[in-house]
Ligand binder design. Structure first.
Ligand code: ADP
Length: 764
């Protein structure tokens, strides 16, 4: 193979192919001048041109310098003509900056090509069509190649005229085989033609449908056409078609259908790119997915309803009766604007689950919305569409979920709504519950009316006192108070355990757990009026047992759960209830009623030298503080009656403490207990710790009724109390207390505080 030396020019950004020309201008100070001098002096004008040196170090073009012109500014201009591809064997002087760059090159063996003329004529034909089609390719090139007989030359000349992509041109440069290059060229010409044709069709089509200066429209049409070309038919068209069908099929009032058609029309005309488009699309979806005319048919057999409620919920006799009555009245007159049921009671007593059972029993879908903590009425009735990120309120959202227009809708925590500058959610709710008005209920977002008159609303609250007054007037309050321990045991056996076992795929008689153990769970692992925590603890035990059975692959039919296993499954005890302590001077048992149920509340009184001031500790609320002041002033006013030394009263400060300090206590019901504790301290007389008292006291010593009697009594019994003094006004509520409790406690009813004193004095 022939090898020879050549001076080198490196090109970056331009490419010289063989059989093409290139004009270059050199700075006179540049060393490349030396290269040109070398070429002219020693190499017969030959030079090696290496294009794209950074990526190409193998193939260069042997070229000849044709014109060498000195320009007035001292620069040199040359014209180089590429001759053929050569293999670069080695670069010389690469690292020497002062020396001209040289190389050693060798020539390729070029084999003869068969049928060169046929290929050339094929290429010529394609090229002619190409030039005809594409206006910006000069046809002067046709003259140049007209007589060309050498395929390699032919391809080289056309390549530089037709191919514009530098990377692709480099591929041509590096392909020595001219037949291969001819194939590449043919392929590229086809592709270019195809591309151009698509583009031209596109332009033509767009031009035809061109709507003056709507640039957006043009872009959209282009996009659509491209999609069509690619076989992806416009998704929007398909979408609009689908929506049209859905609207046709939608069972809804005529007005809604018209609105939908109008909105769809707007959607179709709106560009996909406009933000409005999404808003309209979402709105259409909402209207399409509301249950305008979907409803379930009520089960009117109230006997069956009662059966279902009994099967799902223990006790609650009065509650169930009132619900059945309520349903009966509704059946007689569905249009009446009667009161709405509101279930009031502490958490976990079954308000929600009872409502779910009612829904199931009368064959309605169930949905729940919570309004606790809401202060903005828009949460309930939605935001206007002009609002960014607007959406319907909770009523409409829940109806969509319900999929029917007559679900049982539970509105939870109505006693926890707030009122502020965003509006009054309570009055909004009032309108929603009112049958005269709710036929025409309108959500701010939906804008169109939705008839709510078929919805069966049931409300819940924890505290009756916190329900907004205006709302309370419209409600039929149904109280569900806490359960006694024995009721809880019953609920656990008859309802919770069977439910949990079933959920875990176990047979009903799989566990054997005695009453004592359940009581222990109730007393030491839960603190609640309801049974939610109890259910959770039982569930935890069963889950742990199931896990062990599965892990160890045990086969058993029954398992015993006792106090020991509880410790294993539930850990150490979490709660301890107060137990009555020993009788002491200045200590009296009051009774408390909290969200967790009832408990005894020991009140401690001490006195020490001072000026008759009152010191209160134990985290007492305002009402309870007032109660303490009233108690002390009543004692001051009546000191003689209770055998108190006046000196003791005036020369001492009185300290009342109600443990435990961390728990907030409030309410007026400790009045008589506070009074008695003060008297006990000042007269140095013990009050039996078997006694507990509850009742509000007035300055005149009248004893007024209190709330939560049932829970308080249950708490007292648990703590070991034997006698409870209660206001006479609470007499009626004694009937609500289960027999097993009342049988074990003595009740003393009082109207005046003096009667309390009589009881104590006589040691009853
Ligand atoms: P609330 O809504 O009053 O907070 P839930 O309805 O959520 O309470 O009740 C909590 C759990 O206690 C539910 O699993 C429910 O089934 C159960 N439960 C409550 N009361 C009873 C009852 N009287 N009989 C059977 N299960 C009850």
């Amino acid at each position: 193979m022939k090898k020879y030396n050549l001076p080198v020019i490196l090109l970056n950004g331009i490419i010289l192919l063989p059989n093409n020309k290139l004009k270059l201008e050199f700075d006179s100070k540049n060393t490349d001048n030396n290269v040109i001098d070398m070429s002219l002096l020693f190499h017969n004008n030959n030079i090696l041109v290496v294009s794209e040196y950074s990526t190409n170090k193998e193939i260069g073009v042997l070229a000849k310098i044709k014109n060498n012109l000195e320009l007035p500014n001292g620069n040199t201009r040359i014209e180089i003509v590429g001759i053929k591809r050569v293999k670069i064997v080695e670069f010389l002087n690469l690292s020497k900056t002062n020396e001209p760059l040289e190389s050693i090159v060798s020539e390729f063996n070029i084999s003869k090509i068969e049928n060169e003329d046929i290929i050339i004529s094929k290429l010529k034909k394609e090229l002619k069509e190409y030039i005809k089609l594409i206006p910006y390719v000069s046809n002067s090139i046709l003259d140049v190649i007209e007589k060309e007989k050498d395929l390699s030359k032919f391809v080289d000349i056309i390549t530089s005229n037709v191919i514009t992509d530098r990377k692709r041109i480099m591929e041509y440069l590096k392909t020595v085989d001219s037949l291969k290059r001819a194939e590449m060229l043919l392929q590229d010409i086809y592709l270019e033609k195809e591309k151009f044709q698509i583009e031209r069709n596109l332009d033509l089509k767009v031009k035809k449908e061109l709507d003056d200066n709507q640039k957006e429209f043009i872009l959209k049409e282009k996009l659509r056409f491209i999609k069509e070309e690619l076989g992806e038919y416009s998704s929007k068209d398909v979408e609009v078609e689908n929506l049209k069908k859905k609207i046709e099929q939608l069972d809804c009032p005529k007005k809604i259908k018209e609105r939908l058609k109008y909105e769809l029309d707007r959607y179709e005309k709106n560009s996909n790119l406009s933000p409005e488009s999404n808003v309209i699309r979402d709105y259409i979806d909402w209207l399409l997915n509301l249950p305008w005319n979907n409803f379930t048919t009520d089960n009117k057999v109230l006997k069956k309803v009662k059966e279902i409620l009994d099967n799902s919920h223990y006790g609650l006799k009065e509650v169930k009766e009132r619900i059945i009555e309520y349903l009966a009245v509704r059946q007689m007159n569905n249009n009446s604007n009667g009161p709405v049921i509101c279930l009031v009671g502490p958490p976990g007593v079954g308000k929600t689950s009872l409502a779910i059972s009612i829904a199931k029993a009368i064959n309605r879908n169930f949905v729940k919305i919570s309004v606790g903590g809401i202060s903005d009425e828009a949460e309930i009735i939605g935001h206007r569409k002009t609002y960014i990120g607007a959406s319907p309120g909770r009523i409409i959202t829940s109806l969509k979920k319900a999929k029917t227009n007559n679900p049982l809708m539970l509105i939870d925590e109505i006693d926890k709504m707030n009122k502020d500058y965003h509006g009054d959610p309570a009055s909004t709710l009032l309108n929603i519950l009112d049958k005269e008005q709710n036929k025409y209920f309108s959500d701010n977002y939906i804008e169109e009316e939705f008839d709510l008159s078929n919805v069966l609303f049931i409300l819940t609250a924890n505290y009756i006192e916190d329900i907004p007054e205006a709302l309370k007037d419209r409600l039929e309050i149904v109280n569900i108070s806490g359960y006694t321990e024995l009721e809880k045991v019953d609920i656990a056996y008859k309802y919770l355990l069977p439910k949990i076992l079933k959920n875990n795929g176990l047979k009903e008689n799989f566990v054997n757990i005695n009453q004592d153990t359940i009581l222990k769970i109730i007393r030491n692992y839960t603190k609640e009026a309801g049974v939610r925590e109890l259910e959770r603890q039982l569930d935890k035990i069963i889950r742990k047992i199931v896990t062990q059975i599965v892990l160890n692959n045990i086969k058993i039919n029954k398992i015993n759960i006792n106090n020991k296993s509880i410790l294993k499954y539930l850990g150490n005890e979490k709660y301890k209830y107060n137990k009555k302590s020993k009788s002491q001077v200045g200590v009296v048992n009051g009774l408390a009623y909290t969200i967790y149920g009832g408990d005894i509340l020991p009140i401690e009184v001490n006195y020490f030298k001072g000026k008759g001031n009152l010191v209160l500790t134990g985290n007492l609320g305002n009402v309870m503080k007032e109660s303490a002041t009233i108690a002390l002033n009543y004692v001051k006013a009546n000191y003689k009656k209770y055998g108190i030394n006046y000196e003791v009263l005036t020369n001492n400060d009185i300290h009342i403490h109600v443990p435990e300090g961390a728990i907030k206590k409030d309410g007026p019901s400790a009045g008589i207990a506070l009074t008695l504790a003060i008297i006990s301290a000042l007269t140095n007389k013990k009050i039996s710790s078997d006694i507990a008292l509850t009742g509000e006291i007035t300055l005149r010593g009248h004893v007024l009724a209190i709330g939560g009697l049932k829970e308080k009594v249950i708490g007292a019994l648990r703590a070991g109390i034997k006698t409870i003094i209660i206001p006479k006004d609470n007499l009626d509520q004694l009937n609500d207390i289960p027999k097993e409790v009342t049988e074990n406690i003595k009740f003393i009813m009082v109207k005046e505080f003096k009667e309390v004193y009589e009881v104590i004095k006589n040691g009853k």
